[in-house]
Design a protein around this ligand. Structure first.
Ligand code: GLN
Length: 492
């Protein structure tokens, strides 16, 4: 079969169970596509053919014995921020170009235990800091919809592999939008779960109070399958929450769209820099939801202006602390011929961290320094609480909140936005992480340059099932999520 990559995850799982094809065939199909097409997309940092085929054979055995779990034999790609035992985990940085983790992240261990097949590790902004995937040590990943544009970031590789059909779905992480924004730029569905729903163990830390892993795929249904595999409490992550996990697949039709109250924040649609096409497509998608029975309710989110400054204090502050471990001593990059220990620290870090990472470490260190701690860090934490309160108040009146995922569609590669311009592009995603809420991106059409536009739905705590269900039903009524970039239509 030449078009195995066109199947949904459900169809793949069914095809494997009914022996229409084996996991080895399916895996080889993707490996062939990667070999033929990834030169143009630059989405994989590491492809693991032998490892993948061995996992595929193991899954085929389970499938033959009838002991396979629901996803056994289905391939996926992991963002190169999840530690994988025996396989390089770079976080997109020269600092970890030589790093091979001695253990698997919990997310990786769970996908392995479910019999999923790891095709490889995919590109990202260095240490997940960025919105374009251009800051990677391994070069920019291309947007499959237009190879001159970025796929978004930081999970740009995860988005690109799915949009180019170089993996059926992928893991991503979201600290301030890194699942939702690349999903938006690449026409995909991506879910950022409630903080604590997915284990952070073995996920290289950027800003620990904001980081959360989640699925990126074509549809809400595909995301639900991956959520069923990766969600849940983990004793190895003290911030993971011990709360029953929903069956996201079984619940895909469980939320009634009829009567669903969708909040439309006034402030979000008056943001300077909101592209007219993005605004139009998002509004059209809301009309569709309205025609399906939802009730659109105008709401206020008065803290909107505080999102960017608050996040860009807290995230760098946590990053400066988390990244202090890369000192050239225990693992990672070490400079040549250090004169003394200070020279070792200084040159290892200067030579191996890129400009954006260094900028964040400097901002964060400044904000945490004795003289400025109260003025910046403590103040930002107080504002963070107010931002959360704004959402809690809104959820007294509405079930979910709608927004664009990003004010624009995908930038051109090399557009060279100033740091502040790039940070402002995160206006719609940051508050969700500051508040710890779940949110999903769904593709809702294209702009005048045929680049995808995304709708974001933000839910109350633990409403992942509800978000997936709403998007699933929207996708039953529309076909944006089934459209494919030209490169995805090419055969290996
Ligand atoms: N673009 C945001 C940043 O640069 C978010 C990144 C993320 O979610 N990892 O920090």
């Amino acid at each position: 079969m030449t078009d195995l990559h066109r199947l949904s995850i459900r169809e793949m799982a069914e095809g494997l169970k009914s022996a229409q094809f084996s996991s080895r065939e399916l895996t080889q199909h993707y490996l062939d596509r990667i070999a033929k097409l990834d030169d143009r997309v630059n989405s994989y940092v590491t492809v693991t053919p032998e490892y993948a085929l061995a996992q595929a054979d193991a899954a085929d055995n389970l499938l033959k014995n009838g002991t396979a779990g629901p996803l056994a034999g289905v391939p996926l790609a992991h963002k190169d921020i999840f530690c994988t035992q025996g396989i390089k985990t770079s976080a997109g940085s020269k600092m970890l170009d030589n790093f091979i983790s001695p253990y698997d992240a919990t997310v990786v261990a769970k996908t392995k235990a479910a019999g999923l097949v790891t095709l490889g590790k995919v590109n990202m902004d260095e240490f997940a800091m960025g919105s374009t995937s251009e800051s990677s040590f391994y070069g920019a990943t291309k947007n499959p919809w237009n190879l001159e544009h970025v796929p978004g970031g930081s999970s740009g590789g995860s988005a690109a592999v799915v949009a180019a059909d170089l993996a059926p779905f992928a893991t991503g992480t979201d600290t301030g939008g890194s699942i939702r924004q690349p999903a938006s730029f690449c026409g995909l569905t991506g879910l950022k779960p409630t903080y604590g729903r997915v284990s952070r163990f073995g996920m290289i830390a950027f800003a620990s109070s904001l980081d959360q892993g989640g699925p990126m795929a074509r549809s809400a249904e595909d995301c639900a399958f991956l959520m069923n595999t990766i969600a849940g409490h983990d004793a190895k992550d003290s911030t993971s929450v011990n709360k029953e996990v929903d069956d996201y697949v079984a619940n895909l039709n469980a939320t009634a769209v009829t009567g669903l109250r969708i909040g439309i924040p006034k402030q979000y649609f008056n943001v300077q820099g909101l592209d007219a096409d993005v605004k139009a497509r998002v509004e059209e998608s809301l009309k569709t939801l309205e025609s399906m029975g939802a009730i659109l309710v105008e709401i206020d989110l008065n803290m909107t202006e505080a999102y960017v400054p608050t996040y860009y204090l807290i995230a760098p502050a946590e990053a400066s602390s988390n990244l202090s471990r890369y000192d050239g001593v225990r693992y990672g990059y070490r400079c040549e011929n250090p004169k003394d220990i200070l020279d070792l620290y200084k040159r290892s870090r200067s030579e191996a961290f890129g400009a954006e990472v260094q900028r964040r470490i400097l901002i964060g260190t400044y904000a945490l320094s004795a003289g400025y701690y109260d003025a910046y860090y403590v103040k930002a934490q107080k504002v963070r609480r107010l931002i959360q309160q704004d959402f809690l108040t809104a959820f007294e009146n509405v079930d979910v909140i709608a927004a664009p995922s990003a004010p624009t569609t995908a930038y051109k590669i090399g557009a060279n936005l100033s740091p502040t311009e790039m940070y402002l592009g995160d206006i719609y995603t940051l508050a969700v992480n500051l508040a710890g809420l779940p949110a999903i991106n769904a593709p809702v059409g294209f702009d005048k340059d045929s680049l995808p536009v995304g709708l974001q739905l933000i839910g109350n705590y633990w409403s992942e099932s509800q978000l997936l269900s709403i998007v699933h039903q929207y996708q039953q009524n529309t076909d944006w999520h089934t459209q494919r970039a030209a490169i995805a239509e090419e055969n290996a």
